[in-house]
Design a protein around this ligand. Structure first.
Ligand code: NAD
Length: 445
């Protein structure tokens, strides 16, 4: 992210003034570009869990410098913690106390990643307490990290090892600059489905991907990132956005489909276009969305119904069409929002639709899995667009105080990177999940 405020508080004498005044000084986040190193330094693997050895081997296979004990005098690119053997809260201590000194050596935009097991209701209470304890530890540590560093976790469900394709892909995603604005989150790997791509820099090679609402904003960024990762793009948006839609489609050498996604036959028309023009349909990103904010006390029928129609009802209908057509291996990623998790004043309609997306994704997971595919959601937080760039510098500085972890909004590309990861075959073991891309700005789970 480059903006005046960030430059001002990080350079010259203003840096010292900002420091003394306690003003937020957002770091420039490390973002992905093909061919760049996966992490900004060596990786320390801590913990005695069963995942420690396979993870260390995987990191070595990626050509990284791997240590099992803290190397003296070296800045660490990442610390990976194999915490999958804890059975009692007392078991957390040794590794937690080793992790403390290690994070002091973490390089800017470094990573802390835990591998652990999710707590289940049928666990012994002490086991569940220890497992949930890791979540509390990691989320709090993520808030303590500075310089663009992040902390995230991978939850391996029963029978899934750290060498499962989606665990490996999640590890790579979380280490890389692709996850720049993902912070304080846990990704659950439910099965050992999936396969690693031949080229990690082009994980979507040969795929045909439909992106709705692609004429601008986050949708245009998704089209660009999926295309960079190798996919052929069908860019969809309303006829009124036709001009902008064609320029995005041309830029990514894809095709444009002018379509209002609330049409009853939208799913059918998307399928027809993708099959006729590209010979397949592998990925659908339900990104088209609208807001019509009003306090519920002043809400009218048109505002309520239009938001629900675009943001959730259209997706339900299109998914039904895709399932009816039996598209093997189809991977869907849908846009939720942190408003749908924490609620937001003036957004009852929008939050209902976005919470609805998360419910839909959970309930559709097994239907898509039966066809060898999957469905997940991404919930963005505050994303900086041309619109938010117009907000006065001082107002943005205050807003950043409310984002204590990374002290900045995300960029459309950050949302797009998470979507590209979930759309890839390597993520097939992750299904029915919602991944937040919010820089840990949201209070709560
Ligand atoms: P945007 O308004 O810039 O773009 C949305 C696009 O969707 C537009 O091009 C619009 O024409 C298109 N669209 C709207 N209705 C449509 C319809 N019926 N059929 C086809 N296309 C339609 O929005 P954005 O900020 O880029 O947001 C994209 C998605 O991300 C939305 O689902 C939004 O709810 C979600 N989101 C955004 C943020 C944020 O901070 N910007 C945060 C959380 C979630």
């Amino acid at each position: 992210m480059t903006n005046q405020y960030q430059k001002l508080v990080n350079t010259g004498p203003a840096r010292e003034v900002a420091k003394r005044l306690g003003l937020p000084r957002p770091a420039e986040l490390r973002r992905f570009s093909p061919g760049e190193p996966l992490v900004p330094g060596p990786v320390l693997v801590l913990g005695s869990g069963a995942s420690a050895d396979p993870v260390a081997e995987q990191l070595l296979a990626w050509g990284l410098d791997v240590y099992r004990h803290q190397p003296q005098g070296r800045r660490l690119g990442a610390v990976v913690v194999a915490y999958d053997d804890v059975a009692h809260p007392g078991d957390l201590a040794d590794v937690a106390l080793e992790l403390g000194p290690a994070v002091r050596q973490l390089a800017p935009s470094g990573r802390v990643i835990t591998l652990s097991r999710p707590a289940r209701v049928r666990d012994e209470p002490a086991v569940a307490a220890a497992r949930r304890g890791i979540e509390g530890l990691l989320r709090s540590l993520a808030r303590e990290l500075r310089g663009g560093a992040t902390g995230n976790g991978i939850l391996l469900t029963d029978g899934v090892g750290a060498d499962a394709p989606s665990a490996v892909a999640a590890l790579r995603f979380l280490l890389s600059g692709r996850s720049a604005y993902v912070d304080g989150q846990f990704l659950t790997v439910g099965t050992d489905a999936g396969k690693a791509p031949e080229d990690w820099d082009r994980p979507l090679a040969e795929k045909v991907a439909v992106v709705t609402g692609a004429a601008r904003g986050i949708g245009a960024a998704i089209a660009r990132v999926l295309s960079r990762d190798g996919a052929r793009i069908v860019a969809v948006d309303v006829p009124a956005a036709g001009g902008a839609l064609s320029s995005v489609a041309n830029e990514v050498r894809g095709t444009a489909l002018q379509l209002d996604v609330t049409r009853a036959d939208a799913g059918h028309l998307i399928l027809e276009h993708a099959l006729e023009r590209h010979g397949g349909l592998d990925i659908v990103v339900h990104n088209a969305g609208i807001t019509r904010d009003k306090l519920l006390a002043n809400m009218d029928e048109a505002r309520w119904k239009s938001v629900l129609a675009v943001n959730i009802e259209s997706q339900l209908r299109m998914n039904e069409a895709f399932l009816d057509a039996g598209r093997d291996g189809l991977r869907i990623v849908s846009l939720a929002s942190t408003s749908g998790i924490a609620g937001n004043r003036g957004q009852t309609n929008y939050a209902a639709s976005k919470a609805g997306v998360m419910g839909m994704v959970e309930a559709s997971a097994s239907d898509f899995a039966e066809l060898g595919g999957g469905i997940n959601a991404v919930a963005p937080g505050f994303i900086e667009t041309e619109m938010t760039a117009k907000v006065p510098v001082a107002t943005r500085a205050v807003a950043r105080l409310l984002m204590p972890s990374l002290m900045q909004g995300g960029l459309p590309v950050d949302v797009a990177e998470a979507i590209a990861f979930l759309a890839s075959d390597a993520a097939a073991g992750i299904n029915g999940e919602t991944l937040r891309v919010c820089g840990q700005s949201l209070i709560g789970r």
